[in-house]
Structures are given as structure tokens and as C-alpha cells.
Design a protein around this ligand. Structure first.
Ligand code: PRP
Ligand code: URA
Length: 214
């Protein structure tokens, strides 16, 4: 696949190792949830690499010095319900002061078209850097709709973080939003006839919340 510059494939060995554990159908809910959070920390570390800093004065035990602290726009994390919820805690570990919005979307099982059922976002979205979180980018429909909603609500600076993406979803996303950085933990082969990612990890929401037998 020919990547555009805005697709950042994060192929760190630690990430690959943890994603392999998620893929294993014998990984139970408890471990699955914990590892999704750990992956979110690792991906967040990369996705926050561009944050601006400014120098502030600090007194060390030795001397007075000017040193960097994070500055610039306030951050907002927006998980797509349900599965994106599994990533929020990981991002909040990195930036505890960030605001959190929620977008609820579910895919119709037959058409695979996403339907919105919930939206609650912080004020002044235009003044925030928004990070959309969803482990799975399959057809890309949910990601595209979530970003459209955020733009409609005023968000100007948006980044998208997923764990596993299908080529179909990446194409749909970058065709629609060529300027929005898309962070991907692993690029998989294709979608199957039910629009599930192959090899993938199954239904991320069900596996995080234990709503079906693994
Ligand atoms: C999953 C996943 C994404 C979406 C991806 O959610 O978490 O939001 O599917 O598929 P797409 O790229 O084809 O839109 P789902 O709709 O199953 O809801 P859930 O998280 O509540 O299980
Ligand atoms: N949503 C999931 O949770 N898994 C997939 O493989 C596709 C969509």
C-alpha cells in the first residue's frame, strides 16, 4: 500500500508483541483490557511527540536553570464508544489534565454503516488538540463519521489513533482527510465478508467488555 505522509505506522517491537497477545483468541477479558491500555500508552507516546514546549525557570538543588515544559493547545481525548474507551486511561496516564469527550457509534451488522447514538464533547473544541481513539479501523466508516462530527462541532486540530487497521479503512480515511495524522499500531491484510479485519483480533468492544465468549 502506498502510504501518504499522514499515516504513521508504529512498528515498535513492544507494540507488535502486545498486539500479538490481543490477537490470540485465548487472551481473556482481563488481560485484553490491560494490554489495550498499555498499547494506548505506547501509541500515545508517539502521537504526542510533536507537542510544543516552552522554557520555564526551575531551581535545581544545584542552580537556577531554564528547562522545557509542555505548552500550546490543551488536549482532548475522544474515544469512539465502546471499544475506544479501552484506550482512554492509557492516554490519561500520559496527560492527566486532558479533557475527555465521547462519541457513540455502532456499526450496523448487515450494512456495516455506522450509526451515532451519543455525543458529548468539551467546550471550545476549536482551541484544543483532539485525539480520536478507536482500536479498530475496518471500513473506516466510524472513523470518518467521528471526525466529521468533531469538525462540525468546531474541532480544528485532530489526530486519530488506532491499534489495527485494514488497508480499506486507511484508504477511506486518507481519501477523506489527507491532512489528519493517522497513527496505526499494525496494518492487517484485508476485510472479510462481514467487514471484520483479517487476521485482526475479532470484535474489540466485545473482547474489552467481555460481552461475548472469547
Ligand atoms: C467497532 C470498532 C470501530 C468500528 C470499526 O465498533 O470499535 O468503532 O467497529 O469499524 P469500521 O471502520 O468499519 O467503521 P462497533 O461498531 O463494533 O461498536 P462497539 O465498539 O460498541 O462494539
Ligand atoms: N470492529 C471490530 O471490533 N473488529 C473488526 O475486525 C472490525 C470492526
Amino acid at each position: 500500500m502506498d502510504f501518504k505522509e499522514n499515516v504513521i505506522l508504529l512498528n515498535h517491537p513492544l507494540l507488535q508483541h502486545k498486539i500479538t497477545i490481543l490477537r490470540d483468541k485465548s487472551t481473556g477479558t482481563n488481560d485484553f483490557r490491560r494490554i489495550v491500555k498499555e498499547i494506548a500508552v505506547l501509541e500515545g507516546y508517539e502521537a504526542l511527540r510533536h507537542l510544543k514546549t516552552e522554557l520555564v525557570e526551575v531551581n535545581t538543588p544545584i542552580e537556577k536553570t531554564m528547562q522545557p515544559t509542555i505548552s500550546g493547545k490543551k488536549l482532548c481525548f475522544v474515544p469512539i464508544l465502546r471499544a475506544g474507551l479501552g484506550m482512554v486511561e492509557g492516554l490519561l496516564e500520559l496527560v492527566p489534565s486532558a479533557k475527555v469527550g465521547h462519541i457513540g457509534l455502532y456499526r450496523d451488522e448487515v450494512t456495516h454503516i455506522p450509526h451515532e447514538y451519543y455525543c458529548k464533547l468539551p467546550d471550545n473544541l476549536d482551541q484544543r488538540e483532539v485525539y480520536v481513539l478507536d482500536p479498530m479501523l475496518a471500513t473506516g466508516g466510524s472513523a470518518v463519521d467521528a471526525v466529521a462530527l468533531l469538525k462540525k462541532k468546531g474541532a480544528k486540530t485532530i489526530r486519530f489513533i488506532c491499534i489495527i487497521a485494514a488497508p480499506e479503512g486507511i484508504k477511506r480515511f486518507i481519501d477523506e482527510y489527507p491532512d489528519i495524522p493517522l497513527y496505526v499500531g499494525a496494518l492487517d491484510r484485508c476485510l472479510n465478508e462481514n467487514a471484520y479485519i483479517c487476521p485482526g483480533l475479532g470484535d474489540a468492544g466485545d473482547r474489552i467488555f467481555g460481552t461475548v465468549k472469547n
